[in-house]
Design a protein around this ligand. Sequence first.
Ligand SMILES: Nc1ncnc2c1ncn2[C@@H]1O[C@H](COP(=O)(O)OP(=O)(O)OP(=O)(O)O)[C@@H](O)[C@H]1O
Ligand SMILES: [Mg+2]
Length: 376
Amino acid sequence: MLLYGPAGTGKSLIIGAVTQQIIELCQSKGERFGVVNINCQPINTLDQAVYELVQTVAKNVNAEIGVPETGVSTKRKYRRLYKLINEHYDSVIFILDEIDLLVGRRANDEPAYSKLLYQLSRASNTNEIEGRVSVAALTNDPKFMEDIDGRAESSFNPRDVYFPDYDATQLREILENRRDAFRQNALTSDVIPLVAAFAAQSHGDARKAIDLFRGAGDLADEWGDGEVTESHVRESQEEIDKDRSLKLVEGLTTQKKISLYATAAVACHSNRSRNSVPSPVGFNVYRWITDELDADQMTRETYVKYVKELSTYGLISSSRKSRGRGGGMYMEFTFTGDPKAMMKRIVDNTRLEAIGDQEDLLQTIVNSQSRELHNQ
Ligand SMILES: Nc1ncnc2c1ncn2[C@@H]1O[C@H](COP(=O)(O)OP(=O)(O)OP(=O)(O)O)[C@@H](O)[C@H]1O
Ligand SMILES: [Mg+2]
């Protein structure tokens, strides 16, 4: 099987719950059904993955691992795995959670997950495993199967099970079942519907819905309020949004970070109203910073393009402005969040630290650049 769908849609939970039911069903019939569940996220190589499988089976059946972690071939680990399974189970399911993350070390090789899927799903055809074998691969990468299909030797022909985003009604039910996390009568009646509505609107991810639910409770606690209300939910959602947009910044390229930093600096330091940044001022500050850092300098068009791009993440908004009387057009950028927090996030752990230490100088540059535009 291939279980795929976006984050927090219940893939890991459901496969666990369903296999648990099968274990119980088989037990009542005297069949030994083995569930070998590993998460591939921390695993780097095929060899490690096979070792992890051995370790998991050994733990399940209370046996010795029987093979060292390093210094022996992957083949020997497979052999140990099959031996343990043949001795203890009549049938087995391998659950390979977050399979797409098992890529192996070398980028150009066949990815480790491809080999692992091939070998496990073939193990019963070749009689290496005597009983029946199923393989369930879990992923939230929608392109995953395309990649597998492109590999000729793959014998993994899964039945697809798609996990779509949860809607508000489903999220409400999931949250209702977690009422017991709160003191009796602590939840006012609109809390669960509101959390479900927020979550359904933005992602349909049960994990995030639960986080928001808990966050609202934490806030009520923190503020010493006796009950959790709509305002706790709203505030908690705001905190989450803020944090998310700041995390986004970390993934930007250096040039984009510098562009954003320059723009944020203008928003913070200038005396202009409401954080708004005219692109010519932003660009001049950008140029000053690239000089200071001895970094490449992009053209004004590129700078504007980079900053505009960030509006697609909802970090800033941009609009066209006229200088008036034949003075041409320029862009004006406005921050949705706190530009100061953004600057701080950018200087942490980047080359821009050098600039972060020159607050006063930066302020002077920003002021003079702002005046210049004003006088034009
Ligand atoms: N149908 C459900 N009923 C109750 N809780 C659920 C349900 N679906 C998901 N959850 C809860 O939401 C959280 C996320 O679910 P789960 O880990 O199964 O998602 P996933 O699809 O595996 O996500 P990812 O792709 O990020 O691994 C878990 O805490 C889980 O218990
Ligand atoms: Mg999961």
